[in-house]
Design a binder for this molecule. Structure first.
Ligand code: CMP
Length: 141
């Protein structure tokens, strides 16, 4: 079982509440390493491409406007079974349903402003990492 990579975003509401540090601490405490990271403000077109699969959903406009409302922390996380491990650490999409101690239970405000994004499969991770870290060497696996 080798090291796997996944893609993570700390969303604008969590950046705003100064939770970058405690969220990264949870990743590191649970066996995921930061293999690449950058703090950026997403552009609308870039965000729409990232969330293309949700384009037909009623919340798409709200999602894009929230995700472009302030800085986000983009990260590549590395570790054994990184994709599923990250999803466990994040908790359920809706913070109200997320298990105690998970990132979304701790820092999420509602289903849209749910503190973090994480790839839902190794295939999505590849696509998402390619969108944001195409030229980046992952130096901390
Ligand atoms: P994320 O993992 O970033 O991928 C798609 C996002 O859509 C999801 O997290 C949620 O934040 C958001 N989302 C899902 N359902 C809703 C909803 N009913 N209203 C607003 N946003 C939603």
């Amino acid at each position: 079982m080798g090291t796997e990579l996944t893609f993570s975003i700390i969303k604008p509401n969590a950046v705003k509440k100064n939770a970058i540090g405690p969220i990264i601490a949870l990743f590191e405490k649970n066996g995921l390493k930061i293999a690449a990271a950058k703090l950026v403000r997403l552009e609308k077109a870039q965000c729409e491409e990232f969330y293309a699969e949700h384009k037909a959903r009623p919340f798409f406009g709200e999602l894009v406007s929230f995700m472009t409302s302030g800085p986000v922390m983009l990260m590549a996380l590395a570790g054994e079974n990184a994709v599923s491990k990250n999803r466990e650490i994040m908790g359920a999409t809706d913070p109200a349903k997320a298990a105690a101690g998970t990132i979304r239970a701790l820092y999420g405000d509602n289903v849209g402003e749910n503190a973090v994004h994480g790839s839902d499969s190794p295939q999505s991770a590849m696509r998402e990492l390619n969108l944001f870290f195409k030229e980046t060497e992952f130096v901390n696996k």
